[in-house]
Design a protein around this ligand. Sequence first.
Ligand code: BGC
Length: 815
Amino acid sequence: MHTTTIETLLDEMTVEEQVSLLAGEDFWSLPPIPRLGIGKLRVTDGPNGARGGGGLVDNVPAAAFPVGIALGASWNPALTEEVGAALAQEVRSKGAHVLLAPTVNIHRSVANGRNFECYSEDPELTAALLVGYIRGLQGAGVGATIKHFAGNESEIQRTTMSSEVDERSLREIYLRPFEDAVKKAGSWAVMSSYNRLNGTYTSEHPWLLTDVLRGDWGFDGVVMSDWFGSHSTSETVNAGLDIEMPGPTRDRGDKLVAAVAAGEVSPETLRARAGNVLRLMARCGALHDTDPHEEVANDLPAHRALIRRAGAEGTVLLKNTGVLPLGKPAAKIAVIGPNAREARIMGGGSAQITPHYIVSPWDGLAARLGAESLAYAPGCTNHRWEPLAKADITVDFFANSNLEGEPVHSETMRESQAFWVPPIAGGKVDPQDFSARLAWTFTPERTGRHRFGIHSAGYSRLFVDGRLVADAHDSWTAGRTFFEEGCDEVVGEIDLEAGRSYTVSVEFVARKSEMLAFSAFRAGIGRPLGDAEIAAAAEIARNAETALLFVGRSGEWDTEGSDLQNMRLPGRQDDLIAAVAAANPRTVVVLQTGGPVEMPWLESAAAVLQAWYPGQECGNAIADVLFGDAEPGGRLPQSFPVRWEDNPTQSQDPEVYPGLDGKVRYEEGVFIGYRHYEAKGIEPLFPFGHGLGYTSFALSDMDLIPTPDGAAIDVTLENTGARRGSSVVQLYVGDRHASVPRPARELRDFAKETLEPGEQRRLRFDLPARAFAFYDTDAKQWRVEAGEFEVSAGFSATDIRCSVTATQTDALLPR
Ligand code: BGC
């Protein structure tokens, strides 16, 4: 439809104009070409909301949806499609055309800081969910940008690390979601990753961006770099990278014009790249969008309801001795834990948004039962950094790095953190050469020891009443914060008096960075909690009918830019759970994390519910599940190992994880997640696919019907319990005699079904030949080997209820 227009426009464009479309003008948009009436393409971050322009904090409010792993746990592509469609409205409300989402890297290690943002350890589950998400988004005219292509399964030195992955593991596991994004969902854009793949930056990887993506899969959209992830001129353009982001350009513009003049980039290649960008613009309505950029906050009732429902649908009931669902309480309920009054709605990094509002577990329970029915104790803390201060904070900017002279710009902030991207201070300072002084008043509620923490991408110092308390200036060294551009938190302690006002001030000086061009800091104030707080929590639990414990992590831990260093609950949460469970046998542990944790207290807990980061309706969604208004609809999208040492990348060899000398070697090949636990004979704490409901199900009468292209499977699902409920039937295939090492069982299809008590349903699954194939690296095709395959149906990777044998003949299938 748009082909003629695009070809005509390309004919009319000068080389300079074509080049101009191949790099950002600023952080979030491309330059328009007014002479030809070409508008401005705008993108915004996702995947759990549309943040809009600006930095990472303090944006125009947006709807906060469940994070990737929570949607992964829903096992419901129809739900991700609804979420995608709602996100399209959000993207439009932020004046943008393209969402930088979904994130579909695979949970290789339990440690990856970004697992919360990705769906699963399994490529088929990931693929099915992203197809829904992209259809929802693009069906409403907003472009998806599937990311990060490829091999970005860790945040350690991610901008330089080379992921060393063999082709079979790439094709079967890591590229698999991208393949369906292109072939089934028709994704309009792809984002290359930061890392190198087998030695070459993915942004200049011809095999990845051209041979596989466009050649094998037929992609006709745009490939853009991750932010500052493009490092060359002709190499990236020739390899297939259409857009360098963000702007202003570092390697294109005049450099690319010169490369074309020198014959390093052909006019045909340039035209093809510019044509791809125009095609994307036509698809998402940006081609003639010359409207001024406007961002609005649309807090829609329909989005609120969808987020609440989606949140409940992703919660996974890991254990239940019968205490859940809760009935109408006859006595007080104890609400305990560091996540009880803090709404943990999302992870950290570029997926952060400013939500319209947040509902904490306490808020959700109080709305349902009345605050007078609840008793509260925090018990302990679980933060990584001291809590943010909320105050009227004055900021004075100086156009030098010494805080000298008169400020050139002043503003106020409401939280003790900033993430500055150009233009900074209304454009009055050089982003690489400025300083700022911030100040606010702090009045402690309690007398005693207080902790002041600061960390920054840039140099910073924190003072209390003029006295230096925390210094991240003179001794600044790179740490695991702010995308590895910041230092680790520096904490100082000081005794303060309740009711007295103190002036807290922060001095910030920008630091020149080779990689990412931004400045940021985060300061916080906390109070150490100890044994007395745990004892107080146990005491209120002892006197309550039921103890609800809200524990876990937060976006400080589950975040882009740093991996986890262990699988334990942070702080003293294990001690707190043990003490509360000892005081009250009806203790329900509600976990909020972006992945598994060790559970030394599991035996003593009456129930454990994994609620992830479910978005702005957090507390309402959790309360709906606890009281049975909604069922815990989730099933684990990632295996939960007993111990950190059990996880697939926990080899003794640091090159396997976290990487050594710039390389991380995917030694385990295709044996990740449940494929690994099965092969190594390690029993997980909770297997992939596990999750309880409030009713029970049975599977029976499995039949196989050979088809010209594989097999069809029929199986009967029955709700054998007394409540309406849903179940996820999982279909696994295993090759009994393969010539290459193959997992015993691999997920090939699934269905989420809701049944009335006693209801039976006959389900049909179609397994094409590809469901039986492995990638043959010699033949460079998918190969089915003649012989017997076990096809099994069950409720988790280890809870298999029926199996049949499928006999296949030899076949080679195209890439
Ligand atoms: C992330 C991307 C994100 C981009 C823009 C990068 O740090 O890896 O996922 O879309 O920033 O914020």
